[in-house]
Design a protein around this ligand. Structure first.
Ligand code: HEC
Length: 141
């Protein structure tokens, strides 16, 4: 082995290492499917929310057309004041919609029973999926 090889080989290795680390893409801060990691990450959209509402069964209890069924209608829900069974009222903002999906008994809408809505959507839906449903509800003015 020639003498300069002793320097050139480690130098080449360092250069290679540097190239590898610098080319590592920085992770993009998107919402990913944390609930079911085997699925590919989904992009938040109201269209996906509408699709999920049908697929996962929300639509069986929540109508988008202004008529209540088992659950309150979603039409005009976002931004409205929701009367609650404890006599108080809450502004239906994004945080409220999210809480109503993840923990339905936290605030129960007046005229409806607690414990009717499934309590396990937090295990079945990813952040991006929940956000998509929220975005869908927001379009139902
Ligand atoms: C078996 C019927 C049923 C299913 C299925 C169901 N819900 Fe509900 N939901 C209810 C009932 C009843 C209420 C009212 C009582 C309460 O506040 O928990 C409610 C309340 C809500 C509210 C608050 C509504 C308001 O007027 O303030 C939201 C938001 C909501 N559900 C979203 C969802 C989403 C999203 C899904 C599907 C992932 C879903 N629900 C599935 C029955 C259901």
């Amino acid at each position: 082995m020639k003498r300069y090889d002793l320097i050139a080989v480690p130098l080449a290795l360092i250069a290679l290492l540097a190239a590898c680390t610098s080319s590592t893409p920085t992770p993009t801060p998107t919402l990913t499917n944390t609930a079911v990691p085997t699925r590919t990450p989904v992009t938040v959209s109201p269209e996906l929310g509408a699709q999920l509402a049908r697929q996962i069964g929300c639509a069986a209890c929540h109508r988008p057309d202004g008529n209540s069924s088992v659950g309150p209608t979603w039409k005009g829900l976002f931004g409205s004041e929701q009367p609650l069974t404890d006599g108080s009222a809450v502004l239906a903002d994004e945080a409220y919609l999210r809480e109503s999906i993840l923990n339905p008994n936290a605030k129960v809408v007046e005229g409806f029973g607690a414990g009717i809505m499934p309590q396990n959507f937090r295990d079945r839906l990813s952040d991006a999926e929940i956000q998509s449903i929220v975005e869908y509800i927001k379009t139902l003015r």
